[in-house]
Design a binder for this molecule. Sequence first.
Ligand code: ADP
Length: 161
Amino acid sequence: MKRIAIFPGSFDPITKGHENILQRALPLFDEIIIAIGKNSSKQSFFTLEQREKWIKQVFVNEPKVRVETYTGLTIEFCKKMNAKFILRGLRTSADFEFEKAIAQNNKIMSPEIETVFILPIPELSAINSTIVRDIIRNNGDASPFVPVSIDLKEAEKQFKV
Ligand code: ADP
């Protein structure tokens, strides 16, 4: 059976941290589906289309990676995609506490699904999408924090103040 993992998140936008976690997880799975969660109560900074486009660009040469969008519970999306693994990154102890609760509750609801955690390499552990968005909002250069293949310039224009 194919080992399929879901890598869920907002990817608003994708960062070098996301890219690194995904690349390191690739040898573990036959397919990884990057799943952009559509959260109606959380307003995103970049549009869904833009976020999806960037992720596809980053992994254009990686046949094991697919990009999808979803609403609702991640475990339900896993079942729909026939995925038995959820991939998450753990940057801080706060991440750990938050992720632990979700993973343990998911385990109760869907015992067949395992959550797999990967620790970022130290150089990338301080990167997160919130900081990247703040830099863009304040007209800074966020390029050191995003994958080299994505061009923030086009999308940044609409947020210049
Ligand atoms: P969410 O809103 O679901 O946390 P994110 O796009 O912020 O969505 O993150 C998706 C996943 O990527 C999470 O598991 C998060 O911990 C992980 N992640 C984000 N940035 C990094 C990083 N710099 N290093 C490792 N993992 C990261």
